[in-house]
Design a protein around this ligand. Sequence first.
Ligand SMILES: Cc1cc2nc3c(=O)[nH]c(=O)nc-3n(C[C@H](O)[C@H](O)[C@H](O)COP(=O)(O)OP(=O)(O)OC[C@H]3O[C@@H](n4cnc5c(N)ncnc54)[C@H](O)[C@@H]3O)c2cc1C
Length: 380
Amino acid sequence: MDFDFTEKQLALQAEVRDFARNVIAKTVMERTREYRWDKSLWLEIGSHKWPGVVVPTEYGGMGAGPMEHAIIVEEISKVDASLGAALNLIQQTIMAVLKFCTPEQKKKYLPGLASGETYAMTGITETGAGSKLSDMATTAVRDGDDWIVNGIKTEVHIPEYVEACLIFAKTPGGISAFLVDTKNPGFKVLYPREIVGLRGNPMAAVGFENCRVPGENLLGREGAYQEIFFNSFDLTRTGNAAKCIGIAEGALEEAIAYAKTRHVGENVVTDFQGIRWQLADLVTKLEGARWLMYKSATEYITKGRSTVNAAKAKLLACTTAMEATTVAFQITGSHGCFADQPFARFMMDAKLSEMTGGTVEILRNTIARDLLGKPTGPTP
Ligand SMILES: Cc1cc2nc3c(=O)[nH]c(=O)nc-3n(C[C@H](O)[C@H](O)[C@H](O)COP(=O)(O)OP(=O)(O)OC[C@H]3O[C@@H](n4cnc5c(N)ncnc54)[C@H](O)[C@@H]3O)c2cc1C
């Protein structure tokens, strides 16, 4: 496999890096503290079409693919992982629309999602259901050509700004996936939920009360949730790996810059061998995570599925991010312990990344099942 970037990809990387450092960095601390989504910033990101990285140009997107998605998410996450997460999450609905929706639905949703005018969320988790989708209580039943959805999804993002949601619900034929328009009168934002990390992307619980969904908004076939799930999550688990690599790089970069100048007696902090070895181990693991991420992205491009490699990439990237952000915090001493420093944010963003989009345990189960020759479902 050849993972060398093309000239175009290198130019994209430079463009995103420049934007992240010169624009996004200015407000990241404030948005984190205030637990605030900045729509105008999202529109600026949208003006580059980065939310629509995989959306074909005919629908207003960049017409690029998973490698470009990984480049964008990594560069943005070095500075602000909440926005990296938001760019990643939106791809779950975009991939579902691209693969399973009609041309009219594509025309309706994709241009707004690509330009940042609208947003999309994914609703899976409920009070009684997280890793195991079959625990969910949300139901959808047929009524003529339509479906009637009832249930509550408790961990979704920026719902008041969302136009479309990709949701999973129990139907008589098994778990199914639907695209629900938030203008639907049966859709309600129920209550906000304040999360401790990735705070630039606020969360809430939403309800579906006798929510009438047109038959054409059933994605794929009834009961075919696995196909829809992996079509979206194989891409976003790769994107999640990119986000975690970005978090780790951002934290290490800032910590090393400080530690190089921090005198302790005759030395600066980076003179100490114990610290150098930790840093050497971390950059080595990050390099491994990066190659796994490229492998997963390439497999997704060529085969349309990369379930096991995406799980491996996300597992190594998020556990390394946790380790890297802890080391970054530690080597800054008490300097890193104050609220004007980013090290606690990096650590919390890394910790939450071990939960979101498949916990580390679920990823390990996927990898182990593959190793043992067993099928790899979404919640093994
Ligand atoms: C920042 C963030 C963003 C999120 N965004 C969304 C979103 O947009 N939409 C959405 O629907 N949800 C979202 N979630 C929820 C997320 O998908 C769930 O946290 C995740 O699926 C795990 O579910 P749970 O938290 O209910 O854990 P549970 O399923 O209750 O699991 C609890 C613990 O048990 C472990 N465990 C469970 N099953 C097994 C097993 N078979 N073997 C070993 N260990 C196991 C888990 O790994 C975990 O450590 C988000 C979460 C976070 C933190």
